[in-house]
Design a protein. Sequence first.
Length: 275
Amino acid sequence: MDQTSLSDFAGTLVLVGAGKMGGAMLEGWHRLGLKFDNIVALEPQPSPEIITLGQRGLRINPALDTIAATAIVIAVKPQAAAVVVPPLGRLMRDDTVAISIMAGRTLAFLETSLPARAAVVRAMPNTPAAIGRGITVAVPNARVNEGQRQLADKLLRAAGAVEWVADEALMDAVTAVSGSGPAYVFLLAESLARAGAAAGLPADLAARLARATVAGAGELLHRSTLDAATLRQNVTSPGGTTAAALEVLMAADGLDPVMRRAVAAATRRGRELGG
């Protein structure tokens, strides 16, 4: 398969769950050249947008016995997994790869819910996937071959960057950093706005300044080849206003220990939810 396009994908891709994340991935696949004729969407409550795509070739909720899947992407809420996943075995062939983006659902759960010897990938995307700027971390089971891994990588890249790990035990920390991480950034924007208002700015102006600053700094970090520490240093003049603020944020009781506690709490909760 071409490394930059899905236009040469000739199999059948099944999307299970076409909600916000699933719908975003569907749009991303189409941008990469995947034809709607090659996609099946299983969604009990398809949105008007999904129904419209049915007029462009997308097959919506056909009988399971009529589908032979090359790849299955499972994008339902994890609470629904016990009901939704087992019937998907009827779609699988010996060479089918199943890719789950359900938070907390382990490879062991997927392997016991799907046919024996199923090739399975567990993946954790984050919400910027909705604009193609997410990052996904994926871990394969032992039955995923190189071709299936490459296909999974391509499908997941429709939502943004992809990283692979070999140890599934890392996925709880991944969830705590990148899965939950967008909420931490949004909280930073909220906190910065409140601090600006406390310093005397009108609240609406403080909110606009904080929003634009967080968004702009994130885009600079995205585009720059420099690491975050260097970019921070480039903004900081010795003895200046930024240095005064960073003395507080980088103190022994500043941002680092708070963030470590937050990520540790999210990691622990991920392990609890995963059983």
